[in-house]
Design a protein around this ligand. Structure first.
Ligand code: ADP
Length: 381
């Protein structure tokens, strides 16, 4: 497999394209925007929305296998192509239980995997105790569509607002218990065409306003917990007969139990550290899997790494070169800039990874805060 079609042309496809160069694999991308990050690195581009299955039919003519950088696709329309012999990796059946957050929760529960209590909204008041979390069943990302609701009054107001603003119906939402977690964790798992599995180091992720701000690798957890999370990844990858990389986001409760928050059937922000800190990056691992190659070694090459997202904090067309250069002066730092021409609050514009010579939470956090002080400096003054 030498040519991989990718549905989606954002930063994940861009980083996959860089990994592809190393493997001699070319990417053809389906993405709507001429300035989308992956356009510059792709061998060819089909300019179309990601849910345009007719365009994916054109994409199929230009590549050997099709994969995904996001899940906002029209699965039913794509299944016609799959029946005609187009090769999707992961296969569409592996995506089917995951794209809707309610279906995903049901799938995980039925597999016997630990999830928070959840429900659909039926009637006036939720069956769960407040605070509750409501989540759009589809098309949520970076916390868009996720709301933490403290009481019934706020609950009613939120639904009324969403109804007016986006014409959404209660049935479009999943309700779940609020987990007062001690930490959030994540793991990237990969499965090859032959069923070989690799898992990346388990990381701690830190979210603010539901958006990932930092990732520390590896997470400080017991080997028993690590083995349990590894086994969750294995169960899931095998039961889906997944080919490629998927991400599992987890809550670690105060009493050391893990609950799955979400599965992303693709490369993920929580695995960006692997570009600089692992033998093989999540992007290379994904391409290896979908191209039918043996998987690489997913071990860390350093005792500790911290990844910090560079999130937009204003509406602007700035390339922030001064701040990026200043951050790059921090020892053992790699700055990854996605080349987006427009900045908006909360938009992921780039990320920074710093490798440390020893595992130290305090040192990792001090470096992260230093980077954030440089990056957000205009915002805070
Ligand atoms: P998205 O799919 O947009 O990334 P998530 O469902 O992963 O949204 O939620 C984003 C963040 O919101 C989580 O990382 C967590 O910090 C918080 N969150 C989500 N669900 C819960 C919950 N049930 N309890 C507590 N916090 C939650």
């Amino acid at each position: 497999m030498k040519r991989v079609g990718v549905i989606g042309g954002g930063q994940l496809a861009w980083m996959m394209g860089i990994a592809g160069k190393k493997l001699g694999v070319e990417l053809v991308v389906q993405t709507p925007g001429k300035k989308d990050p992956a356009v510059e690195i792709a061998k060819d581009v089909i300019f179309a929305p990601v849910d345009d299955a007719t365009a994916t039919g054109e994409l199929a003519k230009k590549c050997d296998v099709i994969t995904f950088e996001n899940e906002f696709v029209d699965l039913q329309a794509l299944s016609v192509l799959e029946q005609q012999g187009v090769c999707f990796r992961p296969r569409l059946q592996a995506l089917a239980p995951l794209l809707d957050k309610y279906h995903q929760r049901c799938y995980l529960r039925d597999l016997g995997l630990p999830v928070p209590q959840f429900d659909l909204w039926q009637g006036e008041s939720p069956q769960l105790d407040f605070p509750v979390v409501i989540k759009a069943r589809r098309h949520g990302y970076d916390g868009q569509g996720t709301f933490i609701i403290k009481d019934f009054q706020t609950f009613k107001e939120k639904f009324a607002f969403l109804n007016i603003k986006d014409n959404l119906h209660p049935a479009d939402f999943l309700l779940e218990e609020f987990i007062p977690f001690a930490k959030e964790l994540a793991v990237i798992g990969a499965r090859s065409v032959n069923g070989e599995i690799s898992t990346f180091p388990i990381v701690e992720t830190q979210q603010e306003e539901q958006v990932c701000r930092r990732v520390i690798a590896p997470a400080e957890i017991t080997s028993k917990l690590a083995a349990q999370i590894d086994s969750i990844a294995q169960t899931l990858l095998n039961s889906l007969e997944f080919v490629g990389v998927l991400a599992i986001e987890l809550f670690l409760t105060q009493d050391d139990k893990v609950l799955i928050n979400e599965i992303a059937p693709r490369t993920h922000n929580s695995g960006h550290f692997s570009l600089d800190a692992c033998e093989t990056s999540q992007f290379e691992e994904h391409l290896r899997a979908v191209c039918g190659l043996p998987l690489g070694n997913s071990n860390l090459i350093c005792p500790c790494a911290i990844m910090v997202n560079l999130l937009g904090y204003e509406k602007s067309r700035n390339d922030y070169i001064t701040q990026r250069q200043q951050i790059a002066q921090i020892p053992s730092t790699r700055v990854h800039w996605y080349g987006k021409i427009e900045s908006r609050p909360g938009r992921k514009l780039g990320h920074v990874t710093v490798l440390l010579e020893e595992w130290s939470y305090d040192k990792a956090m001090a470096i992260a805060h230093n980077i954030e002080a440089i990056w957000y400096y205009r915002h805070s003054t």
